[in-house]
Design a protein around this ligand. Sequence first.
Ligand SMILES: Cc1cc2nc3c(=O)[nH]c(=O)nc-3n(C[C@H](O)[C@H](O)[C@H](O)COP(=O)(O)OP(=O)(O)OC[C@H]3O[C@@H](n4cnc5c(N)ncnc54)[C@H](O)[C@@H]3O)c2cc1C
Length: 221
Amino acid sequence: MIKTYDDIAVQVLRCTESPAKLICDAASQTMHQHIEECPNMYTLVKFLLNSEHHSVFEHASITFHLRGISRSLLAQITRHRTFKFTSSSQHYQDYREYPVVIGKDQFEKYREFYGTAFACIYEVYEELLKTGVPKEEARQVLPNAAGVNLVVTADARNLINFFRQRRCQRNVNEMIQVADAMWGHAKTWFPELFSIVGAPCFMNGKCNQGHMQAESCKNAG
Ligand SMILES: Cc1cc2nc3c(=O)[nH]c(=O)nc-3n(C[C@H](O)[C@H](O)[C@H](O)COP(=O)(O)OP(=O)(O)OC[C@H]3O[C@@H](n4cnc5c(N)ncnc54)[C@H](O)[C@@H]3O)c2cc1C
């Protein structure tokens, strides 16, 4: 079954309650013997962000459920070492039950190539399983596009780092779509912080990618 990045589902499983209050309470502890009520959490959170007093943001965390991402995205997102991950296993699960995930525009343009390649790969995977090859060996023929589901837990500090890197248009389309969806949830969860967090151009008004700047940004001037 062929799916596109538009079919990826990003949900929140759990998150720290009242994250701004918790972070402001922690910050208050630095200045007072007892925790004092913060009169303006938006202002304090912005100050903490700009002054790089980021360790306080580690008190708040959020767990996402990503469904229908590709193995390519799995390889990229798991580079974020400070996140915690649990993914579907290719050892125990039958990957005929997962979709393959590709970009919609590419699929529409090259439908025949993709269709032929995936049909061939999954036929071979099925034959290997039927022959008695264990799933964890048969999986070696699966493509980068093979779908996978993932549980990801991130603290707010490292989410800042993630959104700075991954909401940048230099990233691949799948990553941008997933990061944008995660950011939407993060903003609802902790608006005092995440409404002012994004790629460097969003946060500082200036791109930091030099000659590697995305073509779409160059063209936008
Ligand atoms: C546009 C783009 C292109 C990329 N291309 C490639 C590529 O071609 N090849 C490739 O291999 N990777 C590539 N990457 C991945 C990139 O190099 C990082 O591995 C990935 O983005 C995770 O970033 P991170 O280490 O900051 O995150 P995390 O691992 O979550 O770390 C968060 C922060 O914690 C701190 N930290 C974590 N671990 C350590 C440590 N051991 N020592 C000191 N401080 C630490 C750092 O401050 C770090 O920024 C690319 C990333 C992007 C955004």
